[in-house]
Design a protein around this ligand. Structure first.
Ligand SMILES: [Fe+2]
Ligand SMILES: [Fe+2]
Length: 163
């Protein structure tokens, strides 16, 4: 792979993330509103705050590599949001809470894959400062996933105990 095409791959990944993170701001508001379980709802609200930082960090990264911040339509996040809307329209209560946790996990896994790639590509291309900024967000996505996974397991244990 030529450096030029690797460079394009990095920019494309950043543009997709810029689109994805902005979509997730609204999605996380929805998840926080729709989740009855207080701790989980609070977790979504807190990750929304972090997501605002993720958007700002991406803008810094674009600046670092000398590119204008641009959004590139990303159908994966759109599909996740649509799928969630359809389910939320027909379900509520504990089932919706549990589904919201799994939707959160899916998006974090997806973000982790994307941030892992752009962090590595930025490092490879010598954009060390950009790579450091991206890695900071990557760690927050990983922490968010861990919290959600823990919440999901706790939720299932309580459900079993309550049956
Ligand atoms: Fe994020
Ligand atoms: Fe996230």
């Amino acid at each position: 792979m030529t450096t030029e095409s690797t460079d394009e791959l990095l920019v494309q990944g950043l543009e997709e993330l810029y689109y994805t993170e902005q979509k997730l701001l609204d999605a996380l508001d929805t998840l926080a509103d729709q989740t009855d379980h207080e701790e989980v709802s609070q977790g979504f609200a807190e990750h929304r705050e972090e997501t605002e930082q993720h958007v700002e960090r991406l803008e810094k990264v674009f600046e670092e590599i000398g590119e204008e911040p641009q959004r590139r339509e990303e159908r994966v996040v759109d599909a996740l949001i649509q799928e969630h809307e359809a389910f939320a329209g027909e379900n509520d209560g504990e089932v919706l809470d549990r589904y919201n946790i799994s939707t959160g996990q899916k998006t974090e896994h997806y973000e982790i894959a994307m941030y892992g790639n752009v962090t590595s590509l930025a490092g490879k291309l010598g954009h060390d400062e950009a790579a450091d900024i991206l890695e900071e967000t990557l760690r927050e996505e990983e922490a968010a996933l861990d919290e959600l996974s823990e919440a999901g397991e706790q939720f299932d244990r309580q459900q079993v105990a309550g049956d």
